[in-house]
Ligand binder design. Structure first.
Ligand code: NAP
Length: 288
């Protein structure tokens, strides 16, 4: 499928101010671009100032919207506080936070040092709860409603070998999403999550499928629909969950993976490799 279109009505996020952690690259950038097209003001944050500034310039040119780039390491609470203060000074009230920043790499777990484990869990889990705590406290103090959208993975609930720190971190983010959906609903703060399957990005592909692995383990072949996701498909879902159209959706994780995790969890799903001729033989052997 090519040239997928935006799904929401024009102006669906008009004058909303949305912060995206890790918003200068990959999926964060694509979701941010669509938020801008729908009328939002965007704040993108990450550690690399040059990447952020370049993306902010490009996004403003591409959409005509307003983008603020603020450097911030999500592992440093004071830097997140600074993002919130700078955002309010520039745009006023904050309406949504998209926790998208993450770190990950593949490795047998016994090869990891405890520090390598810490680095991934600190970015994924600590980074998300620091950002959530800073933004949530601010909303509660000012009696403002808000929306959290957290990007997890399907192995947040299945677990997965070779990405164990990430699996632990994402599982924690999912628990945070569901817990606060209930606890902070009284403050009119919603929390939801998206679990994407494979969506090509430079970051994820280079870290998770380095070198020849991308040919050897073609991600599309693990997906029943036999393709990877398009960024606009994810952006459509994210914009819906950020918008008032989803005002009654709270505490959900929505999977967008073409059926990948179910297929690979199903005990007999691999039988799709059996050719028709062999099925004919099996049927004959079974008799009527
Ligand atoms: P990406 O382009 O590498 O995005 C990760 C972003 O996080 C980068 O912009 C990076 O920017 C930022 N980041 C990393 N460490 C940070 C830190 N300490 N503080 C602040 N920002 C930090 O990869 P992506 O594929 O778009 O991934 C985006 C999200 O989707 C992640 O949560 C990932 O787990 C999830 N996801 C992706 C896929 C996929 O197939 N692509 C599948 C499932 C889930 P800096 O380096 O400048 O800090």
């Amino acid at each position: 499928m090519n040239d997928m279109e935006g799904m929401l009505k024009p102006g669906s996020l008009k004058d909303r101010t949305i912060i995206i952690t890790g918003g200068g690259t990959g999926l964060g950038r694509s979701m941010g671009k669509y938020f801008l097209e729908l009328g939002a003001n965007l704040v993108i944050t990450s550690r690399k100032k040059d990447v952020l500034d370049k993306s902010a310039d490009e996004l403003m040119k591409e959409t005509g919207g307003k983008v603020l780039a603020v450097t911030c390491d999500v592992r440093k609470y004071e830097e997140i506080d600074n993002v919130i203060k700078t955002t309010e000074a520039t745009f006023g009230q904050i309406h949504g936070v998209l926790n998208n920043a993450a770190g990950n790499f593949i490795s047998p777990t016994e090869r990891l040092s405890h520090r390598a484990f810490d680095i991934v869990v600190d970015i994924v889990l600590k980074g998300t709860y620091y950002t959530t705590l800073a933004a949530g406290k601010n909303w509660i103090e000012k009696k403002q409603p808000g929306v959290f959208l957290n990007i997890v993975t399907t192995y947040a609930w299945t677990g997965s070998g070779y990405v164990v720190p990430s699996a632990c971190g994402k599982a924690g983010v999912l628990a945070l999403t569901r817990s606060l959906a209930v606890e902070w609903a009284k403050y009119k703060i919603r929390s939801n999550a998206i679990a994407p399957g494979p969506f090509p990005t430079e970051g994820a592909w280079s870290r998770l499928l380095p070198g020849e692995l991308v040919e050897k383990f073609d991600p599309a072949q693990r997906v029943p629909l036999k393709r990877v996701g398009e960024h606009q498909e994810l952006a459509n879902l994210a914009a819906y969950l950020m918008s008032d159209y989803s005002a009654y959706v709270n505490g959900e994780v929505i999977t967008i993976d073409g059926g990948e995790w179910l297929r690979n969890g199903g005990e007999f799903s691999h039988l799709e490799t059996i050719p028709e001729t062999m099925w004919d033989m099996i049927e004959k052997g079974r008799g009527k």
